[in-house]
Design a protein around this ligand. Structure first.
Ligand code: ASP
Ligand code: MG
Length: 425
């Protein structure tokens, strides 16, 4: 049994869906659960729909955009006036009906999950029906029948025991007969509400299914050849890393490499299920295999990871006394209660610095709390540049040129620089 995951880019238009069909056709006869994301940038658009709905604005233009984007695809893939075509149209109607009712008791995050899930519902309906019409027999299933989660909307936690039992009871049998097509990213709470696992969470869904099925492998099909040592949009010459360990993959994801969703690796690592990252553009190529290799450290070239829009907070006591344990626990406590993740931290005798993502609403709350006890200096518009497997300072010159370093942190073979535009004044 295997799990495949196709992300938004792999189903962004009709041609892309046909390509998915070609890939799956070459696996006929295998037992595969195929997890699919919303098409192209649909989730971003649905986020706007949700925002408009919850703030009482007109949603019709956004809905028109959503419908015309998908209609262009189904006009090419499905026969007009067919049963399949109307199954997709029915989802538009269902969404419209939802948006016509007042939010009432629905919290923002509950509404978000209900609305956002339509992206995956629509994409999987289209792909499944197209495949069935073109010789790739499959069964469409609603992932909410299997993935049971907590009530934490937008960042639901998996209820592993219930999920495992549902997958074991129902999905295992179904996938042994034909391909199963289902949605990434969505689940259902114990009280039967739609939940989501966090943006870009479809990789994680694939890992959840694989874990519960004891799958032999997971394959994430991407628009890049595999795990590269940098984002090709940022770095001119990138290199493919053909093998990496689970631990290295977790570290890369932690530092912000966007190729694999950070939560994906842990469930796979627990059951030593290998993860393949392969190109849907070049499906013959072997890509990268993330697994429990004998040798734990496989990456021997430097990897470059960039995180933009970072904020540096420099915190000192009001009486300029030393920063001691009590202060640190107060600072960490404030971060935990506001839900802020610290990307890098550093302390000197009289100040404590931390690098954070620029999440305005959360930051504002954090500052409010911290300023009760501390003097806080805030600097924005910074870039966190991480070099995993740092070797030669010469290699990083192109990325630091013309920039000044606001903070430097080195641990083991990892170098992190917080960069500011413009040379040191
Ligand atoms: N469609 C969702 C998102 O864009 C989930 C995913 O793509 O993994 O965040
Ligand atoms: Mg997506």
């Amino acid at each position: 049994m295997q799990v495949f995951k196709f992300g938004g880019a792999s189903v962004k238009n009709a041609e892309a869906v046909k390509n998915v069909a070609t890939i799956l056709r070459s696996y006929q006869g295998a037992n595969i659960v195929v997890v699919i994301s919303a098409m192209g940038k649909t989730t971003n658009l649905l986020e706007k729909v949700c925002e408009a709905y919850m703030t009482g604005k007109d949603v019709s233009k956004l809905l028109d955009e959503l419908k015309s984007f998908h209609r262009e695809i189904i006009n090419d893939l499905l026969e007009e006036d067919s049963h399949e075509y109307y199954e997709v149209e029915n989802l538009f109607i269902e969404l419209e009906c939802l948006l016509e009712t007042e939010p009432g008791e629905l919290s923002y995050d509950q509404a978000y999950d209900r609305i956002i899930s339509f992206g995956e519902m629509i994409s999987t309906k289209i792909v499944s029906q197209f495949l069935n019409k073109h010789g790739v027999s499959n069964r469409w299933l609603d992932a909410r029948n299997f993935i049971v989660t907590s009530e934490h909307h937008r960042r639901a936690r998996v209820n592993w025991s219930r999920t495992e039992s549902l997958v074991g009871k129902m999905l295992r049998k179904l996938v042994s007969k034909q391909f199963v097509i289902t949605q990434g990213f969505i689940g259902r709470s114990i009280t039967n509400k739609t939940t989501t696992l966090g943006r870009e969470g479809s990789d994680y869904s694939a890992a959840i299914f694989a874990y519960c099925l004891d799958a032999e492998s997971v394959t994430i099909w991407k628009d890049v050849p595999g795990v590269l040592n940098a984002d090709p949009k940022r770095v001119e010459k990138t290199e493919l890393i053909s093998e990496i360990s689970f631990k290295e993959a977790i570290e890369l994801a932690y530092y912000g490499a966007s190729v694999i969703h950070p939560k994906t690796i842990q469930p796979l690592m627990r059951k030593t299920i290998p993860l393949h990252v392969r190109s849907f553009v070049d499906p013959e190529a072997s890509g990268t295999i993330v697994a429990d290799h004998q040798r734990k450290e496989l990456i021997d070239i430097p990897c470059y990871i960039f995180k933009d829009d970072q904020v540096l907070l420099s915190i000192s006591t009001k009486d300029f006394s030393f920063i001691v344990e009590d202060h640190l626990s107060e600072i960490f406590d404030a971060c935990a209660t506001t839900g802020i993740q610290i990307n890098v931290m550093q302390n000197t005798a009289i100040s404590f610095s931390m690098v954070l993502n620029n999440d305005e609403a959360r930051l504002e709350k954090l500052l409010e709390t911290l300023e009760n006890s501390f003097i806080v200096k805030k600097e924005t518009g910074l870039q966190l540049f991480t070099v995993f497997n740092f070797k030669d300072p010469k290699n990083i010159e192109p990325y630091t040129k013309g920039k000044s370093i606001a903070l430097e942190h080195k641990s083991g073979k990892t170098l992190q620089l917080l960069l500011k535009e413009g040379a040191v004044s």
